[in-house]
Each structure stands twice: as structure tokens, then as C-alpha cells.
Design a protein around this ligand. Structure first.
Ligand code: BTN
Length: 250
């Protein structure tokens, strides 16, 4: 990529052609001691990583980026970050849509973005404790021009919906929206962001299935607890609070 895009104050970007994974690259930079606030942006990934050990197919034309942060919040609040990040991606993609298409853009817990019910964006957040503090890398992929077909959840891309969005333009919007949402969270806490998240959620109050590492649970999606965990009401009337899993609707 030729020119580095404009970023909010305090942020930098390293724009690359091909990389194995922007998350791995960012983690590597963190180990080398670079400060937080660094975005890694790539045109293509040769070993893009998805959640649960899955691969993230990364041909040119989509957005692939990762944000390196250092100690973004006290450890007790870090579980809120995936939802804050989801709001930022939702804001940025909504910026690219005509107003009448925005209601079709929803968040699937915790931080997938769906357009008309199909996945358009995914996020992989990785971190490690280092002697100088906690490193967090937020990796974001948005399907602008391609989407895979053999996925556990149906996928789509913006072009398939008639929207021509260049990854570089989307990145500029994302960097601005991310800085704003992070600032809201760090300055004002999670309560209002939790409400904003719920207002954009898919399937609230409806039947869902959650695939956890060792089991699959059905129930009604009853909202989020104060920390952003999914609250599920099961058929026997009990409530389960879930920190990680894959959600399916219907
Ligand atoms: C998911 O499985 O939904 C998460 C996908 C995350 C993909 C992004 S693309 C940029 C960053 N680098 C990676 O290797 N993965 C994330």
C-alpha cells in the first residue's frame, strides 16, 4: 500500500502487502517492545487465523487488520473489550451503508457482524502477559469483495449486497470509530456501551443454540450480564452465563 492513511491522534499504522497473519505480526511487534496504538494492515494474509483454531481465508479485496494495545483496561474489565470492539466495527461498516440498509447490520454475540443474517466480519482477540504489562491484539477481518462458502455459519460480503467498499476506505473509518469507542469505554465505563451493543444485537429474546468447546446448549437469548457475558435461559428455567462460544439462531 502506497500512502499511510490518516489516523486519530495517538495511533500509527504499518500497511503491508502480504503477511502471514496481522495478529501474529502485531504480537511479534509487541514482543519487540513497540508501544500500543499500532494498527497492522495487510492486503493479503497467507495464514489468516479465525476463532477456535479455524483458518481465515484472506485473498486480496477484503480488510485484514489488527490493533495492538497495551494494558487497555484493568484485568477485571478486559472481557468487555470484545463487545466494545464489535460496536466499533459495526459503526464503521454502517458508515459505508446507505441509511436504509443499516438496520440489516447486526452483531452476533460476541463480535461477529451480520448483514441480512449472514456473516460479514469476524474478530480474533489474542493477548499475552509480558513483564512490562498485558498486550492485547484485536484482529478484524471484513468481507468487502469475497466470502468463503464452507463455513459453520453462512457468510456474505459487501459487494454481494451491491456495495462497493474499498478495504482502505473502510480501514480509515474503522480506525476513527475504534478510537472513539475505546475512548468512551476507557473514560465512561461499559454500561452505555452495553446498551448500545444490545440495541444492535441479533436474536435478543429468541431461541439460540450456543456451541461451547465440550457441549451444545439451547435456550433463549436473555441479554448480557454487566460484564458482557451472554445470558441464556434454558428450557428447565435456569439461567446460564456464557463467556465464550459460537451462537446459532433458530
Ligand atoms: C473469526 O473466526 O470470526 C475471526 C476471524 C478474524 C480474522 C482476522 S483478519 C485480521 C486478523 N488476522 C488474523 O489472522 N485474523 C484476524
Amino acid at each position: 500500500m502506497a500512502d499511510a492513511p490518516d489516523l486519530p491522534f495517538g495511533y500509527r499504522v504499518l500497511a503491508l502487502g502480504e503477511v502471514d497473519s496481522t495478529n501474529l505480526f502485531a504480537l511479534d511487534r509487541a514482543r519487540a517492545g513497540v508501544p500500543g496504538g499500532l494498527w497492522i494492515l495487510a492486503e493479503r494474509q497467507s495464514a489468516g487465523r479465525g476463532r477456535q483454531g479455524r483458518a481465515w481465508v484472506s485473498e486480496p479485496g477484503n480488510l485484514y487488520c489488527s490493533l495492538l494495545l497495551r494494558d487497555p483496561a484493568p484485568a477485571a474489565n478486559l472481557g468487555e473489550l470484545p463487545l466494545v470492539a464489535a460496536l466499533a466495527v459495526h459503526d464503521a461498516v454502517a458508515d459505508m451503508l446507505p441509511p436504509d440498509r443499516r438496520p440489516a447490520l447486526e452483531i452476533k454475540w460476541p463480535n461477529d457482524l451480520l448483514l441480512a443474517g449472514a456473516k460479514i466480519s469476524g474478530m480474533l482477540i489474542e493477548g499475552e502477559a509480558r513483564p512490562e504489562g498485558r498486550v492485547v491484539v484485536i484482529g478484524i477481518g471484513v468481507n468487502c469483495r469475497h466470502h468463503p462458502s464452507d463455513t459453520p455459519y453462512p457468510a456474505t460480503d459487501l459487494a454481494a449486497s451491491g456495495l462497493d467498499v474499498a478495504p482502505g476506505d473502510l480501514f480509515v473509518a474503522l480506525a476513527a470509530r475504534f478510537a472513539r469507542r475505546l475512548g468512551e469505554w476507557q473514560g465512561g465505563g461499559f454500561d452505555r456501551l452495553r446498551e448500545a451493543w444490545l440495541a444492535r444485537a441479533r436474536g435478543l429474546g429468541k431461541a439460540i443454540t450456543v456451541r461451547l468447546p465440550g457441549e451444545t446448549v439451547d435456550g433463549l437469548f436473555d441479554g448480557l450480564d454487566a460484564a458482557g457475558r451472554l445470558v441464556l435461559r434454558t428450557r428447565d428455567g435456569r439461567t446460564r452465563t456464557i463467556s465464550a462460544g459460537d451462537v446459532f439462531f433458530g
